[in-house]
Structures are given as structure tokens and as C-alpha cells.
Write a protein that binds this ligand. Sequence first.
Ligand code: SF4
Length: 387
Amino acid sequence: MSEKKTLGIYVHIPFCKQKCRYCDFLSFPIANEETKEAYVDALIRNIQEQAAVCADRYIVDTIYIGGGTPSLLSFEQLQRICYAIGTSFQIDPDYEWTLEVNPNSAGDSVKLMMLRKAGINRLSIGAQSTCENHLQNLGRIHSVQDIFLTYEAACKAEFTNINVDLMYGIPGQTVEDFAKSLEDILYIAPQHLSAYQLIIEEGTPFYDLYHSGQLKLPSEEAVAQMEEILFSWTQLAEMHRYEISNFAKPGYESRHNLRYWRMQDYLAVGLGASGFFFGDPGIRSENTRNLKEYLEHPTAGTITQVPIHNEMEEFCFLGLRMLEEGIDCEHFRNMFGRRIETVYPPALFERFIQQGLMEKKNAPREAYVLTPRGAEVSNQIMAEFIQ
Ligand code: SF4
């Protein structure tokens, strides 16, 4: 019998109490309790129907419940989802199972303890800032105090793998404001930090305000200073920058997200969720984004074939996001059956190396990685790997 491959599962919960002003994710204010319950029923059907197709070939080692705001579901609803996954798939005993929580709805240490007992072993707390005025400006529903109460409750519930999300480049944010938020979060010492620069996305209230000149963003210089502080203070806190926007204490890197960046298989369940299975061609699935349709037919959606040359491009630009691992040459050979230098001309790598933007590592594995200067212009470099 051939050995089973590993699999990640992403579960999407599209409900939020209110829409944040910068958010373009598939999420919306929850209508009523019946809709929530019907959604969980549909999700469980979605999990079981997918398991019937692929569970015998895989062993699941990462699960990520994201959104939206998954913590808006009750303990019983989250437990039903955990049970459905745990009984439909074989789970690796050394698994990582993350739940995204909003500081306003995570619940107390008792609920969090019960979730840990139900199998969840990693929490991701959407803090974003520890300045009250910025939280309000972003349209977040939580207060600064909620962040610390949630973190304390998570520690009491014996979670030992916690991520905190922070944002920078927020309207009206000064370098000092960001330094304060970062200091506050590093003080409570989570194992993992995701720090993203705010992007103004089309179709959001921030987009309209920005384009009518009513939203004042920090200058490029201020953002650069925030990043300088971010990179040096996380280093002092013994967190390493293993991905463009992600920092972790050793051993606490997000295994589920690494799966995306390494192009390993992941199944997606839930409204609008997108999964990927590597192959020649690869398969990308996207569930319907229509709630009514999802509730009736949870497997409705589209399947797209991804040609092998597109997979090679993705492998390279996702690899470059991983600032320590980089584009792993042996992994490339194993996946595509050819050397990377036969796909991309050696002169391309040489040029970046000579410009001080990339280096070639030979140990522990042969890989092309971005230098800190290369990371600053990563988008331009990644674009050159799209043929
Ligand atoms: S909580 Fe997250 S998903 Fe929900 S609206 Fe805010 S940013 Fe979007």
C-alpha cells in the first residue's frame, strides 16, 4: 500500500459582528442564529462529502479555522466542526489546529479550555493595534482591554502556541503609535506574530475615503521606520522572520501557512474557500460564494486545472516569501522532475545575486533566498518569476 500524503484543511466561517472598514474578505454581519446553525450543518456535510472523496489517501496534519470571525460560533458549534473533521479524516497525532479569535468574542478561559480539549491547540488573536483610536478608526469591535483579557484567558486555558496579528500603516498612525502597539504585544510574549501593512482594497469604505482624499495614511518614510522597529524589536524578542510578514519563536512557525507557501496539498471547506492539490496539472477548487447556494449544495463551486508551468511560477514566488527557506532547489527537482536552472536562466539568479538582493545557500539545503534588501523589493523580484 502506498504511503499516505499529508493534508491541510482550511475551514471558512464568513460571519462577523460588523464589517471592518478596510476588509475585503468574504465575510458579513451575521443575520440570525438559524443561519449560523444552518451554516454549521452545511459545513459538516461539506467536510463529510470531501472526506468521502479523498480521506483514504491522506493524513491530516494541519487544520485552520479562519474567517470572518470563527469565535462568533458557540462552543457547541465549534465542537461539532472539530468532531466532524476528527471522525472523517485520519489525523496525525502531531497535528497543528488553529482557531482565529476576535478579542471581543473569543470567550473566557472556560470556553477556551473546552476548545483546547476539543482538539484546538493554536489560537490566532486579531489584535491589530493597542491604540484605542486606531481600533475604532479601523472599525474593529474590540477594545485594547479585550486583547489583553483574551490573551490572559488563552494562557489560563493552557494554550502554549498563540499568534497575534498586528497592522501598521494605519490612517493617522505615527511611528510612536506603532512602537507602542508592538511593545505591548512583545511584552505579553506570544510565540508568533503576524504584522501586515494596511492595504487599501477596492470596494471597502477605506478605498472610497482614500480616493476622495479623506484618509491620511502614514508617509513612506514613516512606514519604513515602523518596519525597521518591527524587524529589530522582534529580533530582540528572539523571534525570527521566517516569512515576509511573519515572525516566530523557534519551533512555532505556522505549519498550516507553511503548507501554502510550500505548495503542499490543502482542502478547503466553507463558503468561498479555495483549496489546492499539486499535480500535473494541479487542481484549484473554489467553493461557491453565494450563501444560499452553499447552504443547499455545500460542494457547489468551480474546479480549475493549474498547468505545470504556472505551478513552477507559484512555487518560486511563494518560495521567495519564506526568507530563510527560500526557493528550495531539491524540492523543486522532486516536484517538477527538472532543475530550476533549466526553467529560469542562471543569469536571472546571477543578476539578483550581484545586486545584493538574493543569495544562494548550499546548506542546510540548496536554495535561493532573498537578502534583507531583496525582501524590501520582493514584489518586483517575484514578478520576474512569472513568465
Ligand atoms: S473581523 Fe476580520 S474578517 Fe471580519 S470584517 Fe474585520 S477584518 Fe474582515
